[in-house]
Design a protein around this ligand. Structure first.
Ligand SMILES: [Zn+2]
Length: 260
């Protein structure tokens, strides 16, 4: 019987599902053995013999785990278990142009929520030197919020310093992740309502509040600093009786406005 005839009679083995199964078995094995970051895992050849699959299948499964940041190859030590960097994994799929509008909006909102929400950490963890550094960053700040908005480097320096002060590494790497998408969502016109600029809580005012170690005021000031963005996402959708999210902002009556 020739190969073509045989092929029509016997279904091909789904090697992809084999890799899937090996990947799952490896994960189970790591968990059962209670392996910790830095622990070595058995060699490819040992795993291949133990699981009864080819080394190619083992290698492909391990490569997937590497992509997920769960294992890494070390010189002289073979492959070891690694604590995954959550932000790094997300970063691989966070390419603004291929994210749909809903995700872009969600990310835009996440940045706003994080920056208002981290007020307590910033106020309780900022050292006097951190505050000095912030004063240094804001010393040439323009009073025009529009100027601040378009100076992206300045924005990142200021808000990046706040993330740094929290001492939360995961939060910090989220900033690196969220900001490019935030800027993309803004500049792409997806979230593009223009508001009159009447009042503005500047970076300078924020640092002043931080110096007085007043967490409630800092949170509130940050909320107003970001007011223009909040209004963009809370604004009534065209032709709708609701705003875009069906949520009413309690911050929409003062005419305060900020761009960044
Ligand atoms: Zn700002």
């Amino acid at each position: 019987m020739n190969t073509e005839d045989l092929k029509s009679l016997i279904p091909a083995v789904d090697t992809r599902s084999l890799v899937d199964r090996v990947e799952m078995n490896l994960m189970d094995f790591f968990i059962k053995r209670n392996l910790k970051p830095g622990d070595p895992i058995p060699k490819e050849i040992e795993l291949s013999a133990a699981m009864g699959v080819s080394r190619t299948v083992i290698r492909e499964s391990l490569n997937r785990l590497k992509t997920m940041g769960l294992v890494e190859a070390k010189k002289h030590r073979g492959t070891i278990i690694k604590s995954p960097d959550i932000a790094e994994i997300l970063q691989k799929s966070m390419i603004p142009r291929i994210l749909n509008e809903t995700t872009l909006r969600d990310v835009f909102e996440m940045r706003l929520i994080l920056e208002v929400g981290m007020a307590d950490l910033v106020v309780s963890r900022a050292s006097d030197q951190d505050i000095e550094e912030l004063f240094e960053i804001v010393k040439d700040e323009s009073l025009q919020s529009a100027d601040t908005l378009f100076d992206v480097d300045y924005e990142i320096r200021f808000h990046g310093k706040l993330y740094e002060i929290t001492g939360n590494e995961t939060l910090k790497s989220f900033q690196g992740l969220l900001l490019p998408i935030f800027n993309y969502a803004y500049s792409s016109g997806l979230i593009n309502k223009h508001f009159e600029n009447k009042h503005y809580v500047s970076h300078k005012e924020l640092v002043e509040t931080l110096r007085h170690r007043d967490a409630d005021k800092f949170r509130n000031d940050m909320r107003w600093h970001l007011e223009n963005h909040f209004r963009r996402i809370m604004v009534k959708a065209e032709g709708s009786s609701e705003n875009g999210y069906g949520i009413k902002s309690s911050f929409n009556s003062s005419g305060r406005n900020s761009l960044s």
